[in-house]
Design a binder for this molecule. Structure first.
Ligand SMILES: C[S@@+](CC[C@H](N)C(=O)[O-])C[C@H]1O[C@@H](n2cnc3c(N)ncnc32)[C@H](O)[C@@H]1O
Length: 246
């Protein structure tokens, strides 16, 4: 089973591919969106953030960019059901290379900072797409508690270390951004996300015992569950709504 199919199964019950509840996503979007906003999502996954933005704001237009189109069909169908299909464009492309044809009032990038080389490079990329008074919504990991060396090595890319929350916000501020809102994922949001991830994948495997991918899917679910139980309460996730300071 390829990684994208596995990820699509793992997100069947929790389309937002990050540890935020539907209420938290709605709150973050409410703080970021303005009337007639054009929204660009870099590393949009199946486009779940954009779908929610379009559903609550009939004046918003949205473009999502992801390497994979897994889940695009489901999101386009949902957008069509809510009458938002003509306001949504989902593009298969490398977000680090993508060039839009208009500035975005809101640039989203949640859980995709690894693609750009970390938090600050993601903000630099977002800035190239951002309208002058635009807003960035960025979600990334941080250390809720100091990890042991093994966990740090397992979670962090060597050139993309996480800070603690204060260090994360200090780095963003020093880079010329001001948080105008933020959401720190709660342990309940983490548990719901991770049990949904591992649970929907395991359920698919148990429902399809004769599928050649079933064994691999069950193993991947157990492996992810073990990893999560190792970082549970240590790895945090913060979603920041940012404006340029100057
Ligand atoms: C953890 S998911 C987050 C998805 C979405 N932002 C959400 O919160 O639901 C990370 C996404 O980044 C995408 N991705 C990774 N590298 C990328 C790249 N270079 N260009 C575009 N998308 C990329 C992956 O395909 C995946 O869908």
């Amino acid at each position: 089973m390829d990684r994208q199919t596995l990820s699509a199964l793992a997100h069947a019950d929790h389309p937002i591919a990050a540890p935020l509840s539907e209420a938290s996503v709605a709150e973050v979007l409410d703080r970021a969106l303005r009337p007639d906003a054009h929204v660009l999502d870099l590393g949009c996954g199946e486009g779940a953030w954009l779908l929610r933005a379009l559903e609550v704001r009939p004046d918003v237009t949205a473009v999502g960019v992801d390497l994979s189109d897994k889940g695009f069909g489901r999101t386009r169908a949902a957008a069509a059901r809510s009458g938002a299909a003509d306001r949504l464009d989902l593009v298969v492309a490398d977000a680090t290379q993508y060039r839009g044809d208009r500035p975005a009032d809101v640039v989203l990038s949640v859980g995709s900072a690894h693609a750009f080389g970390g938090l600050l490079p993601t903000l630099a990329a977002a800035r190239t797409h951002l309208a002058d008074t635009g807003t960035v919504v960025i979600g990334d990991g941080f250390w809720e508690r100091e990890p042991g060396p093994d966990l740090r090595a397992e979670i962090e890319a060597p050139d993309q270390p996480y800070a603690d929350l204060a260090g994360t916000i200090a780095a963003v501020s020093a880079d010329g951004w001001t948080p105008v809102y933020g959401h720190v994922s709660t342990i309940e949001e983490w548990d719901d996300y991770e049990f949904s991830w591992t649970g929907s994948l395991a359920r698919w495997a148990l429902d399809h015992p004769d599928d050649p991918d079933a064994k691999h899917a069950l193993e991947a679910s157990a492996e992810h569950r073990d990893m999560w139980l190792g970082y549970r309460g240590v790895l945090g996730f913060v979603t920041l709504v940012l404006r340029r300071t100057g």
